[in-house]
Design a protein around this ligand. Structure first.
Ligand SMILES: NC(=O)c1ccc[n+]([C@@H]2O[C@H](COP(=O)([O-])OP(=O)(O)OC[C@H]3O[C@@H](n4cnc5c(N)ncnc54)[C@H](O)[C@@H]3O)[C@@H](O)[C@H]2O)c1
Length: 214
């Protein structure tokens, strides 16, 4: 029976996977939870708990076998059995996401983008076709699309979201700065680079005050 994985654990898995792949590339065969925790600035008890859910326990002294751990995390993240995703809005951000090849390593295959701008429709970005948004229903029914990525402006985001849901998408990665109303069977993950920048900005402001005092 598969163990339940918390959202917090899921959020940490890509970082574990990245570090483990780096270690594997260096020819390292085993790793301890303490070493992972040290590298990723996490608590080692937390790391052990996370890895116990996806892979079981490490061995005393030798720790975890890196190859097996990578394979277990990949399996948990759905790598090798990627969820298919489409982008709505092939503007600056949409194209940047289309261009990034790394999502496949985390189990998401962005297969196409949709837009309303005639100058963009029927072009390709990183080998991915940009279609007219009118073709979304036919595309979704032909290819099983699991994830919709919204990169349109705030005013168009709810419309794009509704269209995705009408065509069977139940997981939405939303980059538009707007709250999306969705039925309970749909999960929306809001992404906002601004919140990370706010933390950096706050850090600099606090540092500047303490520098002035000293
Ligand atoms: N979350 C973040 O950290 C973050 C960072 C940057 C941008 N954004 C947001 O991402 C969105 C896109 O930003 P951008 O700079 O790429 O804008 P952009 O104007 O370059 O791109 C938007 C694209 O959406 C298309 N579009 C508009 N309505 C549409 C519809 N109904 N269906 C399909 N396509 C449609 C436009 O033709 C355009 O190509 C904005 O909402 C912006 O605020 C979020």
């Amino acid at each position: 029976m598969q163990k339940t994985i918390s959202i917090q654990t899921l959020r940490r898995l890509p970082a574990y996977l990245h570090y483990l792949r780096v270690l594997k590339g260096r020819g390292t065969a085993n790793v301890s939870a303490t070493m992972i925790a040290g590298e990723l600035k996490l608590n080692d008890v937390q790391v052990r708990k996370d890895l116990a859910v996806v892979s079981g326990s490490g061995r005393p002294k030798t720790g975890y076998e890196i190859e097996k751990l990578i394979s277990d995390i990949e399996c948990c993240l759905g790598c090798g059995n990627a969820d298919t995703a489409v982008i709505i809005g092939a503007g600056k951000l949409g194209c940047a996401l289309l261009t990034y090849k790394g999502f496949l390593e985390y189990g998401i295959d962005i297969v196409a983008a949709f837009d309303i701008d005639r100058n963009i429709i029927d072009t390709t970005v990183n080998g991915k076709q940009v279609f007219s948004v009118e073709k979304l229903p036919a595309f979704c029914s032909e290819f099983k699309i699991n994830i919709g990525i919204i990169t349109v402006g705030a005013n168009d985001a709810q419309k794009a979201c509704n269209m995705l849901i009408e065509n069977g998408v139940t997981a939405i990665w939303n980059f538009a700065p707007v709250h999306l109303a969705v039925p309970s069977h749909v999960l929306v993950q809001d992404e906002n680079l601004g919140s990370s920048l706010a933390i950096l900005s706050k850090h600099l402001a606090v540092k500047s005050v303490s520098d002035k005092k000293s």
